[in-house]
Design a protein around this ligand. Sequence first.
Ligand code: NAD
Ligand code: ZN
Length: 359
Amino acid sequence: MKFRNFKMVDRVVFGRGCIGQLDEILAPVKHAAGSRAVFLVDAVFEHKDLASRLPVEEGDQILFVDVSEHEPKTTQVDELTEEIRAAGERLPAGVVGIGGGSVMDIAKAVSVMLTNPGSSADYQGWDLVKYPSLWHAAVPTLAGTGAEVSRTAVLTGPVRKLGINSDYSVFNQAVLDPDMLSGVPRDQWFYTGMDCYIHCVESLEGTFLNAFSRAYGEKALELCREVFLGDIYPAEADEKLMMASFCGGMSIAWSQVGVCHALSYGMSYVLGLRHGIGNSVVFDYLEEFYPKGVVEFKAMVDKHGIDLPRNLTRGLSEESMEKMIDVALSMAPLWENALGPGWKEKMTRDRVRELYSRM
Ligand code: NAD
Ligand code: ZN
């Protein structure tokens, strides 16, 4: 048996207002004369107070990244990489990604691509990155994906939606400031939070589970229950959800996600559904796989008055349905985690089709 030698985030700062420490965090990174930092900021913050509070110095670059229409694409990563390269003779000292899972993943991918040749599509897969990335930091503005701790940067490329999975994509620094969550619209807060809840259930119910992922998964699940089923102040909920996301990410880093994520990947690929919404739509129908988790999930949906989209596959062309099934079934490690090594006998194309047709 060979055990994984796990790469983790080098440094983590947590606390309300800790984004104010970004300047002292960046100072040693930018120690060389003439070196610059690049801030990749979710475009929702353009013209907002947050953008003006960032420690942007002369020579630094601030690029607003629009992820409102679609989740990160390899083409988007390649364009940003070119723009950053073109802005100076030397590479930047570091990249700071400020946003939800999408912008954090873009920051990971861009920091990898600034030191590696070709297109980001060439690195979709496991351990394909050749050279160490630039120093990069995450400032999450949504909580749930765990992208701030994971080693994957999920990208939609010309042929597939698949992460760049590499030790080089792991952030050097995470800046976990619960104040970043204060203005998030309710639905988005809920859907991204449910991503975390589903990570926990899929990790804890999976066959890959070990004591490491269980410890983090159980803590994250407990925090999700307090946040989504308890009666706590919103400010307290922000702190707990940020820690839940972190622990949930740690849990799946060592295990894997399961049925919901596999089906949701297929759905997002074909229908362009966002990750958190896609997971929520799918999880609602997975009682046979995660009986307790789905009952609790439904209670969370009710408590927060969330109107889940329905009938998304009604009227779908046969070609699109086939593509959705292909993408879902290509997620072998997820199925194996959920159903064990004999998953192929249990999860046939017909069974996947039947599940999708209910959604
Ligand atoms: P997101 O980053 O896609 O953002 C969703 C929407 O919320 C966007 O329109 C964004 O502009 C907006 N937004 C972000 N922060 C906001 C704020 N503070 N206030 C108001 N609006 C805000 O959402 P997400 O759920 O955090 O991330 C989903 C993405 O993360 C997907 O691309 C998914 O593939 C990826 N993901 C990655 C991992 C990983 O381990 N790397 C894990 C799960 C999901
Ligand atoms: Zn997820």
